[in-house]
Design a protein around this ligand. Sequence first.
Ligand SMILES: Cc1ncc(COP(=O)(O)O)c(C=O)c1O
Length: 441
Amino acid sequence: MPAATVPNDLESFWLPFTPNRAFKRAPRLFARAKGMHYFTPEGGAVLDGCAGLWCTNAGHNRDPIVAAIKRQAEDLDYSPAFQFATPQAFELASRVADLAPGDLNRVFFCNSGSEAVDTALKIALAYHHVRGEGSRTRLIGRERGYHGVGFGGIAVGGIVPNRKFFGTLLAGVDHLPATYSREHQAFTKGEPEWGGHLADELERIVALHDASTIAAVIVEPMSGSTGVLPPPKNYLARLRAICDRHGILLIFDEVITGFGRLGHAFAAERYGVTPDLITFAKGITSGSVPMGGVIARDNIYEAFMRGPEHVIELFHGYTYSAHPLACAAGLATLDLYRDEKLFERALALEPRFADAAMSLKALPGVLDIRTVGLAAGIDLAARAGSPGLRGYEVMDHAFRDEGVLVRVAGDTIALSPPLIATEAEIGEIFDKLGRAISAVA
Ligand SMILES: Cc1ncc(COP(=O)(O)O)c(C=O)c1O
């Protein structure tokens, strides 16, 4: 059956993180995709400047991934996630552990980045509890951080509209300051020189609450959703040192940075800083089947392995943890990353990508451009009295008139193409975006 080209009814579907009324007046629909492109129901090609939503790192509808999913669907649709498992889940966990730094060797599966964050926060709290340090209940996030939409994630996150409608969130959360300062960092390629000292704010927070009450610090190594904010030089190493000094766990939320976005399997490797827990999602299956997870250091896992052997050690999990289709997709995706050297490719393309992004510097309303790996954030001046309108118009114009998909957050445009992009396609993405920025100025 061919895919329907016109939806039967636009009213029933309540779209996430979307202005529903504007969308339903003029929908933006995709019917299929291949490689670097989406195709609308009418057949129009749209160049993917965002890897979907930071997830299709291997490109769209790659044959080996599609074949693996088909095979798995025929063999085993579902296996209970509690008390039973599939061989593929073990295989995928060890493949992920191989890619992770240091002794991060234990993998807990879930279905999304939001679930990965809640899982990591719960593991951190329970870890201290089982070690007899149950007073460590505080969680420290960062202003402008995005950790998904679960209550744990929005509590430690720092994006105001994601928090302000939802009550008191989790108790006992504090926030580090954001690392971005336009005054000190505008138009930086890669990690800014200014801002490493902001990690020392953690010492102030520790002094305020006392280390004995703090369980974990969670940060994105590079803040993606809030507009691509690369970490200042040495910032993450300083956070690590302070956490070590006070027995606090360090969690890297690598839902965006995992699987090649910054030219390495994980950003932890790029920055030479090993956290205690890493969250991942998105790129693990190149977006093809929902999956997320947490990678824990050996000592964290071992701390739970006590008591009678028939008793569950961690009271946490999801019906679809390590779903067979996700595991099959994940294994095929990791093969593609390895065989096509896509992480290395992202690293090699980084200078060309950064130059292409900076070529938009002189366009009307461009206030700042930041790049790192194959990610770029472009801040545009807000229209007077209508924050977010210019960004929305650029995204809409880019889709309709230029045939390129870009992501918008307020008046910031974010780019993160699949890691298979050619130099010519990178140039094309920024040329198209540049024309869209000029057209709506
Ligand atoms: C750093 C980070 N954490 C968590 C999430 C949430 O992931 P999901 O939308 O799969 O729940 C995202 C999504 O963009 C993210 O960027």
